[in-house]
Design a protein around this ligand. Sequence first.
Ligand code: MN
Length: 333
Amino acid sequence: MIDQIITFLREKPRKIVLTSHWNPDGDAIGSALGLAHYLHSQNFAVDVIFPNPPSLPLQGSVGYLSDFVHIFSLDSSKAKEIIKRADVLFSLDYNVASRVGDQMESIISGFSGSKIIIDHHESPDISFDLVFSMTSKSSTCEMVYDLIEQDGGNIDLACADNLLTGLITDTGSFRFPITSGRTMHIAGKLIEAGAAPHVIHDRLFDNNPKSRLMIWGRALSNLIITDDGFASIVFIKQNDLRELEYQPGDTEGLVNQGLGVAGVLISIFIREDSESNMKLSFRSKGNVDVNKYARKNWEGGGHKNASGGSSSMSITETIDKFKSTFKEAFLND
Ligand SMILES: [Mn+2]
């Protein structure tokens, strides 16, 4: 599939637009900006469109403030115009058009040019023209590296920094089971190309607004461990988010804390965005499958050890439902 994408791109110069998912994370930003920097170095005309802004630390990614990066939620007419003029649209780090959010979904679905997916989530939309999808990959950034390597081009610092950002964020700094020898090999190559892990780490993890720490403190003080000791529950209420001046990205990664308790194999984080809208995140260890679990119970999904979902019940009802269902994630078939 990589060969087909490269052949397709090399056939003739085209206007390319790179897109990624709603609430873009490190892998979404890194894969889009990394690929954009590479394609620019190969003289392609490339724009990047994100549905909405990422967290503040990710806004410090190399090239994020460039002219070729556009945010749909901030200027939708400009973004629509760019997509309309493009010949090729890439969907990076997402599997179906609905992942870009309500505003942008129809624009992606209705795109009349060629559509290419590069992604590592399950169940990609196979109606796209070219689908490079591998759930065994740590990150979309790893897959973008595969593509660039196959193309044979040079990786500059801007590209390397972005790709390493996605590798670091999607593997939890290389500690999730999805981290492979190939992941580490690529990380090494990106470091040789000039990317510095400590610089990325400082930018992402030691560069938080005060609100983030305050919110983590409040949420963690709500920690519940189930009686059997296998599950942890952390939540934060809308009132607290307001009082502590929540900013987008403040709760990212919070769900991982629950897994830090000895014996816990599955964790849930519940963010009360409104009275009837709970954003849910799940993490698990080993064979505990929160992808299947979230798909079945919480209108969500993601990966085996990291997934998300939503609930329209109250926090209390959501917690009760989690307590009575989480063991389904332990069943493997
Ligand atoms: Mn990803």
